[in-house]
Design a binder for this molecule. Structure first.
Ligand code: B3K
Ligand code: ZN
Length: 876
């Protein structure tokens, strides 16, 4: 693959201000007639050819200003069209006719069919699979789209923008015309045509524009789209209130399809979704499905301003739209639900997905400087860390100046393709600040580590905190500069109250934020009457790791008394992780883990505290997962020992608190009809976590089996199934529940994904055979991304002991499967393959098996660019 570099960016010689597309839709032979108004940029010589991107295209005809182009005037290959015979005038019309085959398109990029529905996916480079074009985000065009199709096969005809006209074309064909007045890059183009059911509603913007809303789904599933519609209306309102952003078209359409490479796509006025992020009701969706739908609906809607109205100059700037839009959807969910619980969930996600990226071979900056395959850069670093960087800007500026900066950004760059520099400049100008050191967060890969030590001087009544920041080398970046790290903090007195220092010397401190800028710095607080317990990184104010020499008693104190719930959770997690890691070491030495009563008591205390939100208690009760423990250990991982240590702590907590846990389990039983709201979901989360502990304490599956069969909602049902399969797999109760689930939901592949994942994640070596068997299940298909992720993805990322079998058999199976998927859908194969990115941190035997499996992929022939890029960097 070719290497693309940020420093090679150059604007195009030609622009395409207007694009007219006519689609004559047929399953195997679709004709696309593109009429482009082409504009030569000022100063560009007429001898400069017009070079357009293509991908697997078949050119039918080509003309300029109405006259067919002679064979010597151009050169066409499936992936490139170079036109040399161009008119002298600087503005001309180019007509390109191409033929494409939507049915044969299994990569799910460009125009393809999903269960008979024509749909498109153009980001990042899918539009070039429809017609030859300047397929890059800095070429903005006004689109008019005419779709012609069979009335019977495709009664619904949708594209971007507003509907203009519809009509008949004889007995079985009809057409629709759409016009999008907002200039947009080609990656935001969309078309949908098919037979679909729908629900509709409307939203009136604050300036009085009435917007017609519709969600299109498979016939019969309309009622399952109601929650998504509700989330959409709340998102539209929230963006007006929180960011002053109104919607700008007469219609907003969402379509759910069942074959989709990622979560969803923000095409202007026509969002296309993976059905997983639209369909929900009590019977089929869990609370976390509901939360995911709310977040993704909001995310795609928010892109209308951050991504669409202001887009990216080039794909290196991807975080400009993604990091910012993730930040916006995080804030939305925080406002709709419990802010603290939402923040803890974000921190867990960041640590689980982004931290391993930063410490592994695929590490890259939030704004990468080079890529071979852009689709491999839709990563947790660009999205989640990108969001954390925006959050830090708000922490540094404060909410008012942050909003002022956002307003300035919208005002300056509306209708443009912008860069990270433009974004940062808006905040610098709004706040009168200089953010050049801060901008290193976009440039330097890796997670900074802060070593912190403390010194209380009772005689001077001062409390000093000494920081040392370090950042390890990452691929292509050996030497790093110190960063600007905003550290939210609190000092807590022995009575649990916050201490307000008289002054802070040595470092910049604004309000409750310490600004770390040098490699080594010390802040000294004065007027501190008693030795305080410091709470650092409150709200997880920066994406860093913290190595503090805080004594155990202080961590216990913080877990009990920190006024910041995120701080409480962080302290508890640190204690639990330390205990779990010590346990792993003992297990590896052939000994049983030692479990102190204090930590067991602490967990029980928090769980029993009725003054706390049940969702928060559930988070505290859920021990760090096996991969969290492995990540914190960093090297020489033996997943079997990790599981043994974790199970031992679960058991100790379960046995110690069996009685109060059982009472709480009963008290939390669902009463009344199911509601997906955050408070009800929090109670279910706590109750289902208790179910796991109680089942361990009781040593039998009865309680989980009873819950499974009594459940009136998927959250409780899936949780019970999880306990049965993971704790009592192979038991009659587990088999009965699996059979009941299949009998009930066997007609619905999306729901059955839970059944596939549940079995794929059963701990232990036996899961591999189960996964192989399930691949032959009638509902399973490697071609469908949701199925592949539910079975293969879940096995590789969420089954530490099963996937990392000591004999390496699972790696070999995985390798073969990736190669199979790669033949049809390279993007999906490459994404799944990242499951092996942390192979170097395994113990030597497994590490060697994993390396050999990766080498098998690297040496296979006919690898896609996508998989080749990942495997080469992973083996690095
Ligand atoms: N922008 C899309 C992701 C496109 C991925 C292309 N490989 C969804 C989103 O982030 O909202
Ligand atoms: Zn996005």
């Amino acid at each position: 693959g070719q290497l693309f570099r940020l420093e090679d960016y150059r604007p195009t010689d030609y622009l395409i201000p207007e694009t007219e597309l006519v689609f004559d839709l047929h399953p195997e032979r679709t004709i696309v007639r593109a009429t482009l108004v082409v504009q030569r940029r000022e100063g560009v010589d007429i001898s400069q050819p017009l070079i357009l991107d293509g991908d697997e295209l078949k050119l039918v005809s080509l003309s300029i200003n109405g006259a067919p182009l002679g064979e010597n005037g151009y050169q066409a290959t499936p992936d490139r069209l170079e036109i040399t015979d161009l008119p002298e005038e600087n503005r001309f019309t180019l007509e390109i006719v191409t033929e494409i085959n939507p049915t044969a398109n299994r990569q799910l990029m460009g125009l393809y069919r999903s269960s008979g529905v024509y749909c498109t996916q153009c980001e990042a480079e899918g539009f070039r699979r429809i017609t030859y074009f300047l397929d890059r985000p800095d070429v903005l065009s006004v689109y008019t789209v005419r779709i012609e199709a069979s009335k019977q096969q495709a009664p619904v005809l949708l594209s971007n923008g507003n509907p203009v006209e519809t009509g008949d074309l004889g007995p079985d064909r009809h057409f629709a015309v759409w016009h999008d007045p907002h200039p947009k890059p080609s990656y935001l183009f969309a078309l949908v045509a098919g037979s679909l059911g729908s629900i509709s509603d409307s939203f009136t913007t604050r300036s009085g524009r009435k917007v017609d809303l519709a969600i299109y789904v498979e016939h019969g599933k309309e009622a399952r789209a109601l929650y998504a519609m509700d989330a959409l209306k709340r998102s539209m309102k929230w963006d007006e209130d929180a960011f002053g952003r109104e919607y700008d078209l007469d219609v907003f359409n969402i379509v759910a399809v069942s074959d989709f490479n990622m979560g969803a796509m923000e095409n202007k006025g026509l969002n296309v979704f993976n059905d997983k992020y639209v369909l929900a009701d009590a019977e089929t969706a869990t609370d976390s499905d509901y939360a995911g739908i709310e977040a993704v609906i909001a995310h795609e809607y928010f892109h209308n301003w951050t991504g669409n109205r202001i887009t990216c100059r080039d794909w290196f700037q991807l975080c400009l739209k993604e990091g910012l839009t993730v930040f916006r959807d995080h804030e939305f969910s925080a406002d709709q639900r419990s802010r603290a619980v939402k923040r803890i969930a974000e921190v867990k996600t960041l640590k689980a997905h982004q931290f391993p990226e930063d410490t592994g071979p695929l590490a890259h900056p939030v704004r990468p400087r080079q890529y071979r395959e852009i689709n491999n850069f839709y990563t947790a670093t660009v999205y989640e860390k990108g969001s954390e960087v925006v959050r830090m800007i708000r922490t540094i500026l404060g909410p008012e100046l942050f909003r002022k900066g956002m307003d300035l950004y919208f005002e300056r760059h509306d209708g443009e393709a912008a860069t990270i520099e433009d974004f940062i400049k808006a905040f610098e100008d709004a706040a009168g600040l200089e953010l050049s050191q801060f901008a290193l967060w976009y440039e330097q890969a890796g997670t900074p580590n802060l070593s912190v030590s403390f010194d209380y001087d009772a005689a001077e009544k001062t409390f000093a905190i000494e920081f040392e920041q370090s950042l390890k080398a990452t691929p292509g970046q050996n030497r790093k500069k110190p960063m600007h790290v905003p550290i939210e903090f609190g000092l807590i007195g022995p009575d649990g109250r916050e201490i307000v220092p008289v002054s802070a010397d040595g470092m910049e401190v604004t309000g409750n934020v310490i600004h770390l800028r040098q490699r080594n710095e010390t802040v000294r607080f004065t007027g501190i009457e008693e030795r305080p317990v410091p709470s650092l990184l409150r709200g997880f104010s920066a994406p860093v790791t913290l190595a503090s020499e805080l004594p155990r008693e202080d961590l216990i104190f913080l877990a009990r008394h920190d006024g910041d719930p995120v701080g409480r959770w962080q302290a508890l997690t640190k204690l639990l992780t330390g205990k779990l890691i010590a346990g792993v070491k003992r297990v590896r030495g052939g000994k049983a883990p030692l479990i102190g009563v204090d930590i067991v008591g602490l967990v029980g205390e928090i769980v029993a505290d009725e003054t706390l939100d049940p969702a928060f208690r559930a988070l505290c009760l859920t021990l760090p997962g096996e991969s969290d423990i492995a990540r914190e250990m960093g090297s020489n991982i033996d997943p079997d020992a990790v599981l043994a240590s974790r199970d031992a702590l679960v058991k100790a907590i379960a046995v110690a608190h069996a009685k109060p846990f059982a009472m709480l389990y009963d008290a939390l039983v669902n009463r009344g009809v199911f509601s997906p709201d955050a408070a009800s979901a929090g109670r279910r989360a706590l109750r289902n976590s208790l179910l796991d502990y109680l089942s361990v304490a009781e040593g039998n599956p009865s309680r989980a089996a009873a819950q499974y069969h009594a459940s009136d909602n998927m959250t409780d049902r899936a949780a019970a199934l999880g306990v049965l399969v993971h704790r009592f797999g192979g038991s009659e109760s587990a088999a009965a529940a699996l059979a009941a689930f299949e009998a009930r939901f066997g007609g619905d592949p999306l729901v059955m994904d839970k059944w596939f994942s549940g079995q794929a994640t059963r701990p232990g070596a036996a899961a591999l055979d189960t996964v192989k068997d399930l691949m032959r299940h009638k509902l399973f298909s490697l071609d469908n991304p949701n199925r592949a992720r539910a079975l293969i993805g879940a096995f590789a990322t969420a089954n530490q002991t099963g996937f990392n079998r000591a004999d390496g058999e699972a790696y070999r199976f995985f390798t073969e499967t990736i190669l199979k998927i790669d033949r049809e859908n390279p993007q999906l194969a490459a994404r799944l393959l990242t499951a092996l990115r942390s192979w170097r941190s395994l113990e030597p035997v497994r590490r060697e098996h994993a390396r050999a499996a990766l080498a098998l992929i690297a040496n296979a022939d006919k690898l896609s660019t996508d998989v080749k890029d990942i495997v080469e960097r992973t083996l690095g």
